[in-house]
Design a protein around this ligand. Structure first.
Ligand code: 5GP
Ligand code: MN
Length: 329
């Protein structure tokens, strides 16, 4: 896939420039890239006079660590969305399935703009800004804002910065051009230290005992993943219930540090349905989006996810087998 042609940006910006009523959706269990992108774009469109709402299919509330990105009260519960929308914008969402309960809105909307950086995007809209070379969807939103002539204020810049800093793991995977974009965001007033502290670093105390318990049962399988090593940990509901979703999501960032394993997995038992597990996969040696795809999930080659039913042992057996078949990076 080649970088987004300037024409795609122009077409999408023209659609946004004429919009008077816009609903912006992120994927289920939204992260900082999905919500930061949606809220930054939403604020810019509201400043242009459009009626704007931002929503996502589940859970009912945004992660606590991201709610402060919603400077304008744009976040709207799915039940409070209009019956159908003239313009739907889907950010960071490669397939309608990742909209969860809101997937049907793609069919009923007048126009659908898809802004995304997943290689697996299925081009399900009527207009697309899809570019897998962008490190974050927020980068594509930034390009759209520039095309619209948006003057960056601090809240808009903060949303974009939140998406970029998290999806690049703190600028480790950021191109020179992305660093130049970040410089503009900081010039617009973003407090980079505060963004990272509030979204990435800060944890409630309950995180420590949860992490301690989960990590004490982590396992390393040196021969697995085609000999590249596989490390995994399991977060059962009884422990997940002691912390926020953010703490459960953070476990994989610790587990992936293990040097002897190219692939890390965290099995997160589903709070609503403990008979299934949400899986976070991270890799520096194998294409884990192919592994996730075997179970109906997706993501990026080095960071992917899926949902798998069964016991933890059954899920691990399935992952082990899929890792033996995964393409090398
Ligand atoms: P995480 O492990 O942080 O939840 O997800 C890592 C990456 O995989 C993200 O790009 C996320 O969007 C994607 N991902 C996670 N779960 C799923 C899933 O069930 N389906 C798809 N298509 N992508 C997923
Ligand atoms: Mn993203």
């Amino acid at each position: 896939m080649t970088p987004t042609p300037a024409r795609d940006i122009r077409d999408a910006a023209a659609l946004l420039a004429s919009a008077t009523d816009v609903t912006i959706l992120g994927h289920i269990r939204p992260d900082a890239d999905a919500l930061g992108s949606a809220l930054a774009l939403g604020r810019a469109l509201r400043q242009r006079g459009a009626k704007v709402r931002v929503s996502f299919g589940e859970p009912d509330e945004a992660p606590e660590s991201l709610r402060w990105l919603d400077e304008d009260g744009l976040l709207t519960h799915p039940d409070d969305l209009p019956a159908a929308e003239p313009l739907l914008v889907c950010v960071d969402t490669p397939t309608p399935k990742r909209l969860g309960r809101l997937a049907g809105r793609v069919e009923t909307a007048g126009a659908v703009l898809v802004v995304d950086h997943h290689a697996t995007n299925t081009f399900y809209g009527t207009c697309h800004v899809v570019d897998e070379t962008a490190e974050a969807s927020a980068i594509l939103v930034f390009r759209l804002l520039d095309e619209l002539g948006t003057v960056l204020d601090e809240p808009i810049a903060r949303g974009i910065y939140a998406g970029i800093v998290t999806d690049t793991s703190g600028f480790r995977r950021a191109s020179p051009e992305t660093h130049r974009m970040a410089a503009r965001l900081i010039e617009a007033g973003v407090d980079a230290e505060a963004v990272v502290r509030r979204i990435v670093d800060e944890r409630p105390f309950a995180w420590l005992p949860m992490l301690s318990s989960v990590l004490s049962e982590a396992r390393l399988e040196r021969e697995a993943a085609q000999g590249k090593g596989f490390v995994h940990a399991v977060v059962r509901v009884d422990l997940a219930e002691t912390v926020r979703a953010e703490e459960v999501e953070s476990v994989v960032d610790v587990v992936r540090s293990v040097r002897e394993a190219a692939v890390a997995a965290v099995l997160k038992q589903d709070l609503a349905n403990p008979a299934q597990w949400q899986i976070s996969l991270r890799s520096i040696g194998l294409d884990v989006s192919a592994v996730a795809a075997e179970f109906g999930g997706g993501g990026h080659r080095q960071a992917a996810g899926c949902t798998i039913p069964g016991t933890a042992e059954e899920v691990l057996a399935g992952l082990r087998a899929a890792l033996e078949r995964a393409p090398l990076l």
